[in-house]
Design a protein around this ligand. Sequence first.
Ligand code: 5GP
Length: 120
Amino acid sequence: TAVDTGGPTIFDKIIAKEIPSDIVYEDDKVLAFRDINPQAPVHILIIPKLRDGLTQLSKAEARHGEILGQLLYASKIVAEKEGIAEGFRVVINNGPDACQSVYHLHLHVIGGRQLKWPPG
Ligand code: 5GP
């Protein structure tokens, strides 16, 4: 099981464009790209370009308020761009019990099919 080491992650290479990704939205603060292992017809990850200690949501501090808002707002932009604004889910997996595997905060934007609740 992956744990938070605070070290670099694969997302650093995606931000640096050292490894390719299918980018669907980008601005100066956030990057959104398709998940390599999609769990639905639309499955996009939204990350802060600057991790700034946000390896996981539970590391958030008051100073992160602005970027947290920007990430959530970007999820709406992405959902609209993908044509799923009528129904989509935003997920943050935090820590091993939630199956977090990459320790660079990311929002999953999932949709394009009927989703089940609870997710399990
Ligand atoms: P977590 O389990 O940490 O919430 O989600 C990490 C996500 O990153 C997974 O859904 C996984 O498929 C995705 N992922 C891991 N490595 C890569 C990669 O190199 N490229 C892309 N596009 N997605 C990745």
